[in-house]
Design a protein around this ligand. Structure first.
Ligand code: FES
Ligand code: FES
Length: 174
């Protein structure tokens, strides 16, 4: 058995430490050692995005990153997006626009959308579709997810989300 390493992370503003083996994946350390279960395990092959977390300002798939590679990093998960005042506007808009059904993809979707809106605060619909391409949903058909993200962007830019409500079909975007 390999020597254990002393892993230190800042997650959602709190310090976490553990001894882990170099082979352990970040998603397993988050969920099983720290009980941070917002990021889900789907494909474990970097395809579905259910495990998406934010690591030092980038969206990453925690199922294909060794925890050791995150040593010293600052991580945000879906649990870290709400504030004492309430849910994040993205969370509100996913609820408002029914951007989920089973909810399995939702923590990864919202965490990725949160970073996307920091990279591009007022994206077009096409830019949202492109920016979210690494996150798969087997339930919704994506329309309401895109609508929710655009509505959140509109609100964050001081516009009336209802006025921005028309989302095209993928065929219309193409
Ligand atoms: S579980 Fe990580 S991308 Fe699917
Ligand atoms: S809501 Fe079920 S996988 Fe997206």
């Amino acid at each position: 058995m390999a020597d254990k390493m002393h892993l230190k992370l800042t997650i959602n503003g709190e310090q976490f430490e553990t001894l882990c083996e170099p082979r352990e994946l970040l998603i397993h350390v988050l969920r099983e050692r720290f009980n941070i279960t917002g990021p889900h395990i789907g494909c474990e092959t970097s395809h579905c995005g259910a495990c998406t977390v934010d690591l030092d300002g980038k969206s990453v798939k925690a199922c294909t990153l060794f925890a050791a590679q995150a040593q010293g990093a600052t991580i945000t998960t879906v649990e870290g997006l709400a504030s004492p005042e309430g849910m994040h506007v993205l969370q509100e808009m996913f609820r408002e626009h029914h951007g989920l059904q089973c909810g399995y993809c939702t923590p990864g979707m919202i965490t990725r959308a949160w970073r996307l809106l920091q990279e591009n605060p007022d994206p077009t619909e096409e830019e949202v579709r492109f920016g979210m391409a690494g996150n798969l949903c087997r339930c919704t058909g994506y329309q309401n997810i895109i609508k929710a993200i655009l509505a959140a962007a509109a609100i964050m830019n001081g516009r009336d989300a209802a006025a921005d409500d028309a989302v095209k079909t993928p065929e219309e975007v193409a």
